[in-house]
Design a protein around this ligand. Structure first.
Ligand SMILES: Nc1ncnc2c1ncn2[C@@H]1O[C@H](COP(=O)(O)OP(=O)(O)O)[C@@H](O)[C@H]1O
Ligand SMILES: [Mg+2]
Length: 264
């Protein structure tokens, strides 16, 4: 059964999509089979990988018109695409019974085909995001190392706590990713200190440095390993992904299935 990870931060422009793509691609480099799910109506992930318009996107699946239909981007790297239509899903699903669990059910049908399923969340704490949270074992929070990075984090923690209490006991903050880091800037260093004070050892040791190749790769419709495997962006995402995997693999808390058995 694949392990589900969501990239979450209701701020835009903090590196969610860049991290979803490049952690996913790094996992593939490290021998894992990965499914990315683009859950953002802006479809930045889908567009960044140059995936043509699919007949069935996450939108059709959430509406119950199809199952998840993954598109194979390269070996061991599949994507469920998004489309602008998804912006209407919120309203359309509002009266649906069990609306917080639709994605979880859909993922359950394909989960055995993958080692990891990575969800790129929209920049909001909406029903779509809630669907990601009920589906996820681990939440990764990317934070841009800029002024106000930690502003609003209390809200994220609060939402995760509520979801854990009411909807998904297995959810954990897997870790916090410092993005767009530039060690020459005093401000960046100060913000990283603040992030450490707030999240302690949850902060991954590998910071993602500011790197122009990471911003250029989407224009070439590539992940960083296909675009420029020697860039600092590729190095950082590979190192970070090793850290994420080793933290997950040493996590001894019960998997969702085991804990369901324990409860039974
Ligand atoms: N480490 C980085 N160095 C340089 N540019 C980056 C880096 N990470 C992300 N970017 C750029 O910053 C912008 C916002 O990143 P994105 O991943 O789309 O954020 P989000 O999904 O949170 O809105 C994008 O243009 C992206 O290419
Ligand atoms: Mg995004």
């Amino acid at each position: 059964m694949g392990i589900v990870i969501s990239l979450l931060n209701h701020k835009g422009g903090v590196g969610k999509t860049t991290s979803a793509i490049n952690i996913g691609a790094a996992f593939v480099e490290l021998g894992k089979k990965v499914l990315l799910i683009d859950l953002d109506p802006q479809a930045n992930l889908t567009i960044s990988l140059g995936i043509p318009r699919q007949k069935s996107t996450i939108y059709e699946a959430l509406r119950g018109e199809s199952e998840l239909v993954p598109y194979t981007h390269k070996p061991n790297f599949d994507i469920v695409t998004s489309s602008l239509d998804l912006s209407g899903a919120e309203m359309e699903l509002i009266n649906e019974a069990g609306r917080e669990f639709i994605l979880r059910e859909l993922i359950g049908q394909v989960s055995d085909d993958y080692d990891y399923i990575i969800i790129d969340c929209p920049p909001s704490l909406s029903l779509l995001t809630l669907n990601a949270l009920t589906s996820s074992r681990y939440i990764l929070i990317p934070l841009q190392t800029e002024f106000l990075a930690v502003q609003g984090l209390a809200k994220i923690k609060q939402v995760i706590d509520k979801v854990k209490f009411r909807l998904n006991k297995q959810i954990e903050i897997g870790g916090v990713i410092a993005t767009m880091y530039d060690s020459r800037r005093v401000l960046n260093r100060e913000v990283v200190e603040t992030i450490h004070k707030y999240f302690g050892e949850k902060v991954y040791k590998t910071y993602i440095r500011e790197n122009v190749a990471l911003a250029e790769a989407p224009a070439q419709r590539k992940d960083i390993f296909d675009y420029n495997p020697k860039s600092s962006g590729a190095q950082d995402y590979l190192e970070l992904s090793r850290e994420i995997l080793s933290r997950i693999e040493s996590d001894v808390s019960p998997t969702p299935l085991e804990s369901r058995e324990l409860e039974a």
